[in-house]
Design a protein around this ligand. Structure first.
Ligand code: PLP
Length: 456
Protein backbone atom coordinates (compact mmCIF):
# COMPACT_ATOMS: atom_id res chain seq x y z
CA UNK A 1 0.00 0.00 0.00
CA UNK A 2 1.17 3.52 -0.71
CA UNK A 3 1.92 5.72 2.29
CA UNK A 4 -0.96 8.16 2.34
CA UNK A 5 -0.45 11.39 4.21
CA UNK A 6 -3.67 12.49 5.94
CA UNK A 7 -5.26 15.39 4.06
CA UNK A 8 -2.96 14.86 1.07
CA UNK A 9 -4.62 15.30 -2.31
CA UNK A 10 -4.35 11.56 -2.77
CA UNK A 11 -6.11 10.82 0.52
CA UNK A 12 -8.82 13.39 -0.22
CA UNK A 13 -9.37 11.93 -3.70
CA UNK A 14 -9.60 8.40 -2.29
CA UNK A 15 -12.06 9.43 0.45
CA UNK A 16 -14.36 11.47 -1.78
CA UNK A 17 -14.24 9.93 -5.25
CA UNK A 18 -15.88 6.83 -6.64
CA UNK A 19 -13.59 5.90 -9.48
CA UNK A 20 -14.81 4.72 -12.88
CA UNK A 21 -12.60 2.87 -15.40
CA UNK A 22 -9.80 2.70 -12.81
CA UNK A 23 -7.90 -0.35 -11.63
CA UNK A 24 -8.59 -0.08 -7.89
CA UNK A 25 -5.68 -2.28 -6.70
CA UNK A 26 -3.34 0.00 -8.68
CA UNK A 27 -4.81 3.10 -7.06
CA UNK A 28 -4.53 1.52 -3.61
CA UNK A 29 -0.92 0.69 -4.39
CA UNK A 30 0.14 3.89 -6.13
CA UNK A 31 -2.34 6.59 -5.17
CA UNK A 32 -4.18 9.03 -7.44
CA UNK A 33 -2.36 11.56 -9.60
CA UNK A 34 -4.23 14.80 -8.90
CA UNK A 35 -3.68 17.34 -11.67
CA UNK A 36 -3.82 21.10 -11.41
CA UNK A 37 -3.00 22.47 -14.85
CA UNK A 38 -1.45 21.83 -18.21
CA UNK A 39 0.77 23.50 -20.77
CA UNK A 40 0.82 22.39 -24.40
CA UNK A 41 0.87 18.56 -24.33
CA UNK A 42 1.99 18.42 -20.67
CA UNK A 43 -0.08 18.17 -17.47
CA UNK A 44 1.18 18.98 -13.97
CA UNK A 45 0.18 17.37 -10.66
CA UNK A 46 -0.19 18.81 -7.16
CA UNK A 47 3.43 17.83 -6.41
CA UNK A 48 4.63 19.87 -9.39
CA UNK A 49 5.50 16.75 -11.43
CA UNK A 50 5.05 17.19 -15.17
CA UNK A 51 3.77 14.45 -17.50
CA UNK A 52 3.77 14.34 -21.28
CA UNK A 53 0.24 13.20 -22.07
CA UNK A 54 0.43 10.79 -24.98
CA UNK A 55 -3.28 10.21 -24.44
CA UNK A 56 -4.42 13.76 -25.31
CA UNK A 57 -6.53 13.63 -22.11
CA UNK A 58 -8.87 11.00 -23.52
CA UNK A 59 -8.20 11.36 -27.28
CA UNK A 60 -9.68 14.83 -27.17
CA UNK A 61 -7.24 17.57 -26.01
CA UNK A 62 -5.60 17.67 -29.40
CA UNK A 63 -4.79 21.40 -29.33
CA UNK A 64 -3.06 21.06 -25.95
CA UNK A 65 -4.21 22.03 -22.47
CA UNK A 66 -3.85 25.82 -22.70
CA UNK A 67 -4.96 26.97 -26.13
CA UNK A 68 -5.54 30.75 -25.98
CA UNK A 69 -7.86 30.84 -29.00
CA UNK A 70 -10.20 28.21 -27.58
CA UNK A 71 -10.25 29.81 -24.13
CA UNK A 72 -10.95 33.21 -25.66
CA UNK A 73 -13.82 31.80 -27.75
CA UNK A 74 -15.38 30.30 -24.62
CA UNK A 75 -14.91 33.49 -22.57
CA UNK A 76 -16.38 35.69 -25.29
CA UNK A 77 -19.44 33.47 -25.58
CA UNK A 78 -19.87 33.26 -21.78
CA UNK A 79 -19.93 37.06 -21.75
CA UNK A 80 -22.32 37.26 -24.68
CA UNK A 81 -24.81 34.44 -23.96
CA UNK A 82 -23.77 31.77 -21.46
CA UNK A 83 -26.27 29.05 -22.13
CA UNK A 84 -29.45 27.96 -23.83
CA UNK A 85 -31.10 24.81 -25.12
CA UNK A 86 -32.01 24.17 -28.73
CA UNK A 87 -35.73 23.32 -28.45
CA UNK A 88 -39.26 24.75 -28.57
CA UNK A 89 -38.45 26.77 -31.65
CA UNK A 90 -35.42 28.50 -30.15
CA UNK A 91 -31.67 27.98 -30.46
CA UNK A 92 -28.60 30.20 -30.31
CA UNK A 93 -26.99 31.76 -33.37
CA UNK A 94 -23.81 29.79 -32.51
CA UNK A 95 -25.78 26.55 -32.77
CA UNK A 96 -27.00 27.42 -36.26
CA UNK A 97 -23.51 28.41 -37.36
CA UNK A 98 -21.99 25.20 -36.00
CA UNK A 99 -24.58 23.01 -37.73
CA UNK A 100 -23.87 24.74 -41.04
CA UNK A 101 -20.15 24.27 -40.49
CA UNK A 102 -20.48 20.61 -39.57
CA UNK A 103 -22.45 19.89 -42.72
CA UNK A 104 -19.91 21.86 -44.78
CA UNK A 105 -16.99 19.78 -43.48
CA UNK A 106 -18.93 16.49 -43.49
CA UNK A 107 -19.06 14.11 -46.46
CA UNK A 108 -22.72 15.13 -46.91
CA UNK A 109 -24.11 17.66 -49.42
CA UNK A 110 -26.98 18.41 -47.09
CA UNK A 111 -27.93 17.15 -43.65
CA UNK A 112 -29.02 18.05 -40.14
CA UNK A 113 -27.26 18.05 -36.80
CA UNK A 114 -28.54 17.14 -33.33
CA UNK A 115 -26.47 17.97 -30.23
CA UNK A 116 -25.75 16.01 -27.06
CA UNK A 117 -23.30 16.36 -24.16
CA UNK A 118 -21.19 13.31 -24.98
CA UNK A 119 -20.40 10.61 -27.49
CA UNK A 120 -22.41 8.02 -25.56
CA UNK A 121 -25.49 10.20 -25.72
CA UNK A 122 -24.95 10.81 -29.42
CA UNK A 123 -24.94 7.04 -30.11
CA UNK A 124 -27.92 6.58 -27.82
CA UNK A 125 -29.74 9.38 -29.62
CA UNK A 126 -29.09 7.92 -33.05
CA UNK A 127 -30.35 4.49 -31.98
CA UNK A 128 -33.56 6.16 -30.77
CA UNK A 129 -33.73 8.08 -34.04
CA UNK A 130 -33.49 4.82 -36.02
CA UNK A 131 -36.16 3.13 -33.89
CA UNK A 132 -38.37 6.19 -34.32
CA UNK A 133 -37.71 6.35 -38.04
CA UNK A 134 -38.41 2.72 -38.83
CA UNK A 135 -41.58 2.73 -36.73
CA UNK A 136 -42.76 5.85 -38.50
CA UNK A 137 -42.09 4.19 -41.87
CA UNK A 138 -44.22 1.19 -40.96
CA UNK A 139 -41.39 -1.16 -39.89
CA UNK A 140 -41.50 -1.06 -36.07
CA UNK A 141 -39.84 -4.49 -35.90
CA UNK A 142 -36.58 -3.03 -37.26
CA UNK A 143 -34.92 -2.58 -33.86
CA UNK A 144 -31.80 -4.72 -33.81
CA UNK A 145 -28.45 -2.94 -33.82
CA UNK A 146 -25.33 -4.50 -35.31
CA UNK A 147 -21.87 -3.60 -34.01
CA UNK A 148 -18.61 -5.50 -33.54
CA UNK A 149 -16.93 -7.30 -30.64
CA UNK A 150 -14.36 -5.05 -28.98
CA UNK A 151 -16.07 -1.91 -30.31
CA UNK A 152 -16.52 1.00 -27.91
CA UNK A 153 -19.56 3.21 -28.31
CA UNK A 154 -20.09 4.54 -24.79
CA UNK A 155 -21.58 3.86 -21.38
CA UNK A 156 -25.31 4.64 -21.40
CA UNK A 157 -27.45 1.49 -21.29
CA UNK A 158 -27.86 1.61 -25.07
CA UNK A 159 -24.34 2.67 -26.07
CA UNK A 160 -22.86 0.17 -23.57
CA UNK A 161 -25.01 -2.50 -25.25
CA UNK A 162 -23.49 -1.44 -28.57
CA UNK A 163 -20.04 -1.68 -27.02
CA UNK A 164 -18.56 -5.13 -27.59
CA UNK A 165 -16.61 -5.45 -24.34
CA UNK A 166 -17.13 -8.37 -21.96
CA UNK A 167 -16.93 -6.09 -18.88
CA UNK A 168 -20.45 -4.84 -19.55
CA UNK A 169 -21.82 -8.22 -18.44
CA UNK A 170 -21.48 -6.94 -14.82
CA UNK A 171 -24.45 -4.69 -15.67
CA UNK A 172 -26.44 -7.49 -17.29
CA UNK A 173 -25.71 -5.92 -20.68
CA UNK A 174 -26.00 -6.00 -23.64
CA UNK A 175 -29.74 -5.43 -23.84
CA UNK A 176 -31.61 -7.76 -26.13
CA UNK A 177 -31.25 -7.05 -29.84
CA UNK A 178 -27.65 -5.76 -29.81
CA UNK A 179 -25.59 -8.12 -31.94
CA UNK A 180 -21.79 -8.11 -32.08
CA UNK A 181 -19.93 -9.36 -35.12
CA UNK A 182 -16.29 -10.42 -35.22
CA UNK A 183 -13.70 -7.75 -34.53
CA UNK A 184 -11.88 -7.09 -37.83
CA UNK A 185 -8.43 -7.54 -36.28
CA UNK A 186 -6.49 -9.67 -38.74
CA UNK A 187 -3.45 -10.24 -36.48
CA UNK A 188 -5.59 -11.71 -33.68
CA UNK A 189 -8.64 -13.09 -35.53
CA UNK A 190 -7.09 -14.24 -38.81
CA UNK A 191 -7.01 -18.01 -39.25
CA UNK A 192 -3.99 -20.15 -40.07
CA UNK A 193 -3.00 -19.56 -43.69
CA UNK A 194 -5.68 -16.92 -44.28
CA UNK A 195 -4.60 -13.78 -46.18
CA UNK A 196 -5.84 -10.37 -45.04
CA UNK A 197 -8.06 -10.17 -48.14
CA UNK A 198 -9.56 -13.60 -47.34
CA UNK A 199 -10.08 -12.52 -43.72
CA UNK A 200 -11.97 -9.42 -44.87
CA UNK A 201 -14.05 -11.57 -47.20
CA UNK A 202 -14.88 -13.80 -44.20
CA UNK A 203 -16.01 -10.70 -42.24
CA UNK A 204 -18.32 -9.78 -45.14
CA UNK A 205 -19.70 -13.33 -45.32
CA UNK A 206 -20.34 -13.29 -41.58
CA UNK A 207 -22.33 -10.08 -42.00
CA UNK A 208 -24.42 -11.72 -44.75
CA UNK A 209 -25.03 -14.73 -42.51
CA UNK A 210 -26.06 -12.62 -39.52
CA UNK A 211 -28.46 -10.61 -41.66
CA UNK A 212 -29.92 -13.81 -43.12
CA UNK A 213 -30.23 -15.41 -39.65
CA UNK A 214 -31.81 -12.38 -37.95
CA UNK A 215 -33.80 -11.14 -40.95
CA UNK A 216 -32.94 -7.82 -42.58
CA UNK A 217 -36.44 -6.64 -41.74
CA UNK A 218 -35.53 -6.74 -38.02
CA UNK A 219 -32.28 -4.71 -38.25
CA UNK A 220 -32.28 -0.94 -37.64
CA UNK A 221 -28.63 -0.07 -38.31
CA UNK A 222 -24.94 -1.00 -38.26
CA UNK A 223 -22.55 1.15 -36.20
CA UNK A 224 -18.77 1.05 -36.62
CA UNK A 225 -15.75 3.08 -35.62
CA UNK A 226 -13.58 3.45 -38.74
CA UNK A 227 -10.64 2.52 -36.49
CA UNK A 228 -11.60 0.96 -33.16
CA UNK A 229 -10.12 3.16 -30.46
CA UNK A 230 -10.87 1.91 -26.96
CA UNK A 231 -10.77 -1.62 -28.36
CA UNK A 232 -6.99 -1.09 -28.50
CA UNK A 233 -6.57 0.85 -31.78
CA UNK A 234 -7.63 -1.65 -34.39
CA UNK A 235 -7.50 -0.43 -37.98
CA UNK A 236 -9.40 -2.79 -40.27
CA UNK A 237 -7.99 -3.73 -43.66
CA UNK A 238 -8.21 -0.98 -46.28
CA UNK A 239 -11.01 -2.84 -48.10
CA UNK A 240 -13.10 -3.76 -45.02
CA UNK A 241 -15.72 -1.03 -45.44
CA UNK A 242 -15.82 -1.55 -49.22
CA UNK A 243 -16.63 -5.19 -48.48
CA UNK A 244 -19.41 -4.61 -45.96
CA UNK A 245 -21.13 -1.43 -47.14
CA UNK A 246 -22.69 -2.92 -50.32
CA UNK A 247 -24.19 -5.73 -48.22
CA UNK A 248 -25.76 -3.23 -45.82
CA UNK A 249 -27.02 -1.12 -48.73
CA UNK A 250 -28.60 -4.16 -50.38
CA UNK A 251 -30.60 -4.78 -47.21
CA UNK A 252 -31.48 -1.12 -46.58
CA UNK A 253 -29.47 -1.05 -43.33
CA UNK A 254 -27.95 2.37 -42.53
CA UNK A 255 -24.17 2.41 -41.90
CA UNK A 256 -23.24 4.77 -39.08
CA UNK A 257 -19.65 5.93 -38.65
CA UNK A 258 -18.85 6.49 -34.99
CA UNK A 259 -16.19 9.17 -35.41
CA UNK A 260 -15.96 10.20 -31.74
CA UNK A 261 -12.21 9.49 -31.86
CA UNK A 262 -11.47 9.52 -35.59
CA UNK A 263 -13.34 12.74 -36.43
CA UNK A 264 -11.40 15.95 -37.05
CA UNK A 265 -8.01 14.79 -38.09
CA UNK A 266 -6.90 11.87 -35.93
CA UNK A 267 -6.37 9.55 -38.92
CA UNK A 268 -4.84 12.28 -41.10
CA UNK A 269 -8.14 12.99 -42.91
CA UNK A 270 -11.03 15.08 -41.63
CA UNK A 271 -13.00 11.90 -40.92
CA UNK A 272 -11.98 8.30 -40.49
CA UNK A 273 -14.47 7.40 -43.22
CA UNK A 274 -12.46 9.64 -45.59
CA UNK A 275 -9.32 7.65 -44.74
CA UNK A 276 -11.18 4.41 -45.54
CA UNK A 277 -12.97 5.77 -48.60
CA UNK A 278 -16.59 5.21 -47.63
CA UNK A 279 -19.55 7.52 -47.17
CA UNK A 280 -21.73 6.59 -44.18
CA UNK A 281 -25.41 7.46 -43.70
CA UNK A 282 -24.66 9.41 -40.52
CA UNK A 283 -21.72 10.41 -38.36
CA UNK A 284 -21.35 10.44 -34.58
CA UNK A 285 -18.96 13.15 -33.37
CA UNK A 286 -17.55 14.32 -30.03
CA UNK A 287 -14.09 14.75 -28.41
CA UNK A 288 -12.07 16.73 -31.05
CA UNK A 289 -15.31 18.49 -31.99
CA UNK A 290 -14.44 20.92 -29.18
CA UNK A 291 -10.79 19.86 -28.80
CA UNK A 292 -11.87 18.76 -25.32
CA UNK A 293 -12.60 22.33 -24.18
CA UNK A 294 -16.33 21.67 -23.73
CA UNK A 295 -18.35 18.47 -23.28
CA UNK A 296 -20.33 18.04 -26.46
CA UNK A 297 -21.47 15.39 -28.91
CA UNK A 298 -23.24 15.60 -32.24
CA UNK A 299 -25.29 13.35 -34.50
CA UNK A 300 -24.73 14.44 -38.10
CA UNK A 301 -27.43 12.98 -40.33
CA UNK A 302 -26.55 12.59 -44.00
CA UNK A 303 -28.88 13.57 -46.85
CA UNK A 304 -31.25 10.59 -46.86
CA UNK A 305 -31.52 9.98 -43.11
CA UNK A 306 -31.96 13.70 -42.52
CA UNK A 307 -34.90 13.90 -44.93
CA UNK A 308 -36.47 10.70 -43.63
CA UNK A 309 -36.12 11.84 -39.99
CA UNK A 310 -37.61 15.21 -40.81
CA UNK A 311 -40.62 13.51 -42.43
CA UNK A 312 -41.02 11.09 -39.53
CA UNK A 313 -40.91 13.89 -36.95
CA UNK A 314 -43.31 16.04 -38.95
CA UNK A 315 -45.78 13.15 -39.10
CA UNK A 316 -46.22 13.19 -35.31
CA UNK A 317 -45.34 16.89 -34.99
CA UNK A 318 -42.15 16.50 -32.97
CA UNK A 319 -39.15 14.28 -32.17
CA UNK A 320 -39.56 13.89 -28.40
CA UNK A 321 -35.92 13.80 -27.32
CA UNK A 322 -33.17 16.18 -26.19
CA UNK A 323 -30.91 17.31 -23.34
CA UNK A 324 -31.03 20.52 -21.29
CA UNK A 325 -27.69 21.60 -22.75
CA UNK A 326 -28.28 20.37 -26.35
CA UNK A 327 -26.63 22.92 -28.65
CA UNK A 328 -25.16 24.91 -25.73
CA UNK A 329 -23.94 28.23 -27.22
CA UNK A 330 -20.58 28.16 -25.42
CA UNK A 331 -19.98 24.61 -26.60
CA UNK A 332 -20.93 25.62 -30.15
CA UNK A 333 -18.62 28.68 -30.07
CA UNK A 334 -15.78 26.49 -28.80
CA UNK A 335 -16.51 23.86 -31.47
CA UNK A 336 -16.43 26.50 -34.23
CA UNK A 337 -13.03 27.63 -32.96
CA UNK A 338 -11.80 24.03 -32.61
CA UNK A 339 -12.80 23.23 -36.20
CA UNK A 340 -11.07 26.40 -37.38
CA UNK A 341 -7.95 25.45 -35.37
CA UNK A 342 -7.81 21.90 -36.68
CA UNK A 343 -8.97 22.31 -40.27
CA UNK A 344 -8.31 25.91 -41.29
CA UNK A 345 -5.63 27.36 -39.07
CA UNK A 346 -6.22 29.87 -36.30
CA UNK A 347 -4.27 32.87 -35.00
CA UNK A 348 -1.88 32.82 -37.96
CA UNK A 349 -0.96 29.17 -37.31
CA UNK A 350 -1.27 26.43 -39.94
CA UNK A 351 -4.15 23.96 -39.52
CA UNK A 352 -3.37 21.27 -36.96
CA UNK A 353 -4.38 18.60 -39.45
CA UNK A 354 -1.24 19.54 -41.41
CA UNK A 355 0.84 18.78 -38.30
CA UNK A 356 -0.91 15.42 -37.95
CA UNK A 357 0.02 14.53 -41.53
CA UNK A 358 3.60 15.69 -41.03
CA UNK A 359 3.98 13.70 -37.78
CA UNK A 360 2.56 10.38 -39.03
CA UNK A 361 5.79 8.97 -40.56
CA UNK A 362 7.76 9.71 -37.37
CA UNK A 363 4.98 8.21 -35.25
CA UNK A 364 4.84 5.03 -37.33
CA UNK A 365 8.63 4.72 -37.33
CA UNK A 366 8.68 5.04 -33.52
CA UNK A 367 6.01 2.35 -33.11
CA UNK A 368 7.75 0.07 -35.60
CA UNK A 369 11.05 0.45 -33.76
CA UNK A 370 9.54 -0.41 -30.37
CA UNK A 371 7.73 -3.40 -31.87
CA UNK A 372 11.17 -5.04 -32.29
CA UNK A 373 11.12 -5.55 -28.52
CA UNK A 374 10.93 -9.31 -27.72
CA UNK A 375 7.65 -8.82 -25.80
CA UNK A 376 5.86 -6.62 -28.31
CA UNK A 377 3.85 -8.83 -30.65
CA UNK A 378 2.42 -6.22 -32.99
CA UNK A 379 2.36 -2.50 -33.65
CA UNK A 380 -0.67 -1.11 -35.38
CA UNK A 381 -2.16 2.26 -36.05
CA UNK A 382 -3.64 4.76 -38.43
CA UNK A 383 -2.72 8.42 -38.42
CA UNK A 384 -1.86 9.59 -34.93
CA UNK A 385 -3.47 6.65 -33.15
CA UNK A 386 -1.29 3.67 -32.43
CA UNK A 387 -0.85 0.64 -30.20
CA UNK A 388 1.84 -1.78 -29.13
CA UNK A 389 0.53 -5.21 -28.16
CA UNK A 390 2.48 -6.94 -25.38
CA UNK A 391 2.79 -10.73 -25.59
CA UNK A 392 4.42 -13.34 -23.40
CA UNK A 393 5.49 -15.24 -26.53
CA UNK A 394 5.99 -13.39 -29.77
CA UNK A 395 5.90 -16.52 -31.93
CA UNK A 396 2.61 -17.92 -30.60
CA UNK A 397 1.08 -14.49 -29.76
CA UNK A 398 0.35 -15.84 -26.26
CA UNK A 399 -0.82 -13.03 -23.97
CA UNK A 400 0.56 -12.50 -20.48
CA UNK A 401 -1.46 -14.00 -17.62
CA UNK A 402 -2.15 -12.50 -14.20
CA UNK A 403 -4.47 -9.96 -12.62
CA UNK A 404 -2.46 -6.78 -13.14
CA UNK A 405 -2.12 -6.82 -16.89
CA UNK A 406 1.30 -6.26 -18.33
CA UNK A 407 0.01 -3.14 -20.08
CA UNK A 408 -1.05 -1.72 -16.70
CA UNK A 409 2.50 -2.36 -15.43
CA UNK A 410 3.98 -0.64 -18.49
CA UNK A 411 1.63 2.33 -18.08
CA UNK A 412 2.62 2.64 -14.40
CA UNK A 413 6.29 2.55 -15.36
CA UNK A 414 5.55 5.28 -17.94
CA UNK A 415 3.90 7.43 -15.25
CA UNK A 416 7.10 7.09 -13.21
CA UNK A 417 8.99 8.31 -16.29
CA UNK A 418 6.72 11.36 -16.60
CA UNK A 419 4.66 9.95 -19.48
CA UNK A 420 0.92 9.27 -19.48
CA UNK A 421 -0.17 6.49 -21.79
CA UNK A 422 -3.12 4.15 -21.78
CA UNK A 423 -3.19 0.42 -21.07
CA UNK A 424 -5.97 -1.21 -23.10
CA UNK A 425 -6.23 -4.97 -22.78
CA UNK A 426 -2.67 -6.14 -23.36
CA UNK A 427 -1.83 -3.11 -25.47
CA UNK A 428 -0.32 0.27 -24.77
CA UNK A 429 -2.16 2.92 -26.72
CA UNK A 430 -0.71 6.22 -27.90
CA UNK A 431 -2.84 9.05 -29.29
CA UNK A 432 -0.77 12.22 -28.83
CA UNK A 433 -2.07 15.76 -29.20
CA UNK A 434 -1.82 17.24 -32.70
CA UNK A 435 0.40 20.05 -31.38
CA UNK A 436 3.21 17.67 -30.47
CA UNK A 437 6.61 18.77 -31.79
CA UNK A 438 9.03 16.24 -33.27
CA UNK A 439 11.23 16.60 -30.19
CA UNK A 440 8.24 15.88 -27.92
CA UNK A 441 7.40 12.83 -30.00
CA UNK A 442 10.96 11.58 -29.56
CA UNK A 443 10.63 12.24 -25.82
CA UNK A 444 7.41 10.18 -25.79
CA UNK A 445 9.07 7.16 -27.43
CA UNK A 446 12.24 7.46 -25.31
CA UNK A 447 10.18 7.43 -22.10
CA UNK A 448 8.08 4.51 -23.31
CA UNK A 449 11.21 2.58 -24.23
CA UNK A 450 12.70 3.21 -20.79
CA UNK A 451 9.44 2.00 -19.23
CA UNK A 452 9.47 -1.17 -21.37
CA UNK A 453 13.07 -1.86 -20.38
CA UNK A 454 12.10 -1.44 -16.73
CA UNK A 455 9.17 -3.87 -16.92
CA UNK A 456 10.84 -6.68 -18.91
N1 PLP B 1 -17.76 6.34 -29.31
C1 PLP B 1 -16.42 6.17 -29.36
C2 PLP B 1 -15.81 5.65 -30.62
C3 PLP B 1 -15.62 6.51 -28.27
O1 PLP B 1 -14.30 6.33 -28.33
C4 PLP B 1 -16.23 7.04 -27.12
C5 PLP B 1 -15.42 7.41 -25.95
O2 PLP B 1 -14.24 7.19 -25.88
C6 PLP B 1 -17.62 7.17 -27.10
C7 PLP B 1 -18.35 6.83 -28.22
C8 PLP B 1 -18.31 7.69 -25.89
O3 PLP B 1 -18.07 9.03 -25.74
P1 PLP B 1 -18.25 9.73 -24.29
O4 PLP B 1 -17.19 9.19 -23.42
O5 PLP B 1 -18.11 11.19 -24.60
O6 PLP B 1 -19.61 9.39 -23.83
Amino acid sequence: MAETTPNSWDARAAASSFYGFTDLPTIEERGTVVLTHGTGPYVVDTEGRQYLDSNSGLWNMVAGFDHPGLTAAAKAQYDRFPGYHAFFGRMSDQTVMLSEKLIEVSPFETGRVFYTNSGSEANDTLVKMLWFLWASEGQPQRRKILTRKNAYHGVTAVSASMTGKPYNSVFGLPLEGFIHLTCPHYWREGQEGESEAQFTQRMAEELEEVIAREGAETIAGFFAEPVMGAGGVIPPSDCYFQAIQPILQRHGIPLISDEVITGFGRTGSVWGCDSYGFKPDAIISSKCLTAGFFPMGAVILGEALSDRMQRAARAIEEFPHGFTASGHPVGCAVALKAIETILEGEGGNPPLIDSVRALIPRFEAGLARLSEHPHIGEWRGRGLMGALEAVADKETKTPFAGHLSVSERIANACTDQGLICRPLGQAIVLCPPFILTEAQMDEMFAKLEAALDGVF
